[in-house]
Design a protein around this ligand. Structure first.
Ligand code: LRH
Ligand code: MN
Ligand code: MN
Length: 424
């Protein structure tokens, strides 16, 4: 299904009076409002193909119906999201959950909807029915060279799929680790991982990147071979300039200062980008901004400050992706909420009085530094996000429009009630 522009415009028209009042009230206090809107309008975050169905649990999955049954239908769903918010113009594929064998037609379908392909993700954390060697004891770090070779080959295949789709990055997340002390030689595992990644790195086209994700635990509960940003940074430094560290917000132990990690990776030119989600306990993959919106804002504060200092373009120099999925909400509504939360945090970071913050820091004026940050954080910037969306041709209120025009009901009619999308 596709959402006609006219429907979006009509609904925007209905909301226009209240929106205009709120927007003007807010805009009057923002010095560089045009610049803020321009940046918000240019901002896009990729939708993961695996989040378009209900999932996010190793226990029961309870489909809400109308889930995409094929890659084409996943692309259609991203088209719906992007039509509503104008900030989700790409999809990130996970292979072999997605098998884009018919690259030409997949690509043309995506471009008809104004979409392109973000990073491609490899999967050596599950065994596939036809594979020769098992990943039970790891993949790129495995003690057996034959297993490593198989995993390397898979990553090279994923690059090849990505090239056909015009992706520009390979995301690698390894479940490799150990469940018990003594199971692994840490240095051996790290060296094997590095050598395997070097072989993959050598296959990257000139304009490609490899993004190395880290995670402290799960599915292994004693050690993970790429367990934290230090280990990922070490690998990406040794690999070279095409390699960088991917920060999945859920991949940290509780209370980790993620914004500080972001700041330093950015300083070193080694911040690949993000998998956005939220978490209370571990890798919960909850809707972005649902648990710790202040942390998200603090991360965006570092991003805005650090990227501006390095002359980076927010829209293109970093990989922005969502990696959230769960069991109880409509996946499209959930993704719309995640994108809104990210744009809200971004807008709040954009309106921080940066010069005043620098002054407060230079004067060790701790109270005022906090006031400055919280002044921005406590500002209701939703009218800015709504205005940016409207000016880009999207909806002032994407979720309420999604409900109002009964998108899910139509998808259920088209696809049926008992559909299960591939993914976690
Ligand atoms: C691992 C992870 C990684 C995978 C995705 C499905 O927890 O975050 O990014 O590719 O989940
Ligand atoms: Mn992730
Ligand atoms: Mn994860």
């Amino acid at each position: 299904m596709q959402i006609e522009k006219q429907i979006i415009d009509e609904y925007n028209h209905q909301l226009a009076g209240k929106h205009q009042r709120n927007f003007e009230h807010l805009a009057a206090d923002i010095a560089d409002i045009d610049n803020v809107l321009k940046k918000l309008m240019a901002f896009n975050v990729a939708i993961p193909s695996w989040a378009l169905g209900t999932g996010g649990t190793r226990f029961g999955r309870f489909s809400g119906g109308g889930e995409p049954r094929s890659l084409e239908e996943k692309i259609a769903d991203v088209g719906v999201i992007n039509a509503l918010n104008r900030s989700s113009n790409s999809i990130s594929l996970h292979i072999p959950w997605d098998i884009p064998d018919n690259a030409a037609s997949i690509k043309s379908l995506a471009s008809e909807l104004g979409l392109h392909f973000d990073a491609v993700n490899s999967n050596t954390f599950q065994d596939q029915p036809d594979q020769k060697h098992s990943y039970k004891f790891g993949s790129l770090h495995h003690v057996d060279k034959e297993v490593r070779k198989q995993a390397i080959q898979h990553n090279i295949e994923v690059i090849k799929y990505g090239v056909q789709l015009n992706s520009k990055a390979l995301s690698v997340w390894l479940a490799d680790g150990s469940n018990f002390p003594g199971q692994l030689n840490f240095r051996g595992a790290f060296q094997n991982t590095l050598e395997s990644l070097e072989e993959i790195y050598n296959e990257l086209p000139d304009d490609w990147k490899i993004w190395i994700e880290y995670k402290p635990f799960e599915p292994n509960f004693y050690s993970t071979t790429i367990g934290d940003w230090g280990q990922s940074y070490l690998l990406s430094s040794k690999l070279g300039s095409k390699a960088a560290t991917l920060v999945d917000l859920g991949h940290h132990l509780p209370n980790t200062n993620i914004e500080q990690i972001v700041s330093l990776l950015l300083m070193e030119g080694k911040l690949a980008g993000f998998h956005f989600n939220d978490s209370k306990y571990g890798d919960d993959d909850l809707t972005v901004g649902s648990i710790s919106p202040y942390q998200l804002f603090l991360i965006f504060n570092e991003l805005v400050e650090g990227m501006d200092a390095r002359g980076m373009t927010h829209a293109t120099d970093i990989g922005w992706m969502i990696d959230a999925s769960h069991n109880v909400k409509d996946p499209i509504e959930d993704l719309l909420q995640s994108v809104q939360a990210i744009k809200i945090a971004y807008a709040q970071a954009l309106i921080i009085d940066k010069q005043a913050l620098v002054n407060a820091q230079q004067n060790n004026d701790v109270a005022i530094a906090q006031e400055i940050l919280q002044q921005a954080y406590r500002t209701d910037v939703r009218p800015l996000v709504a205005e940016a969306s409207k000016r880009s041709g999207g909806s002032i209120d994407p979720i309420s429009l999604f409900r109002k025009i009964n998108v899910r009901e139509q998808l259920i009619k088209e696809r049926g009630l008992k559909t299960v999308a591939t993914g976690l």
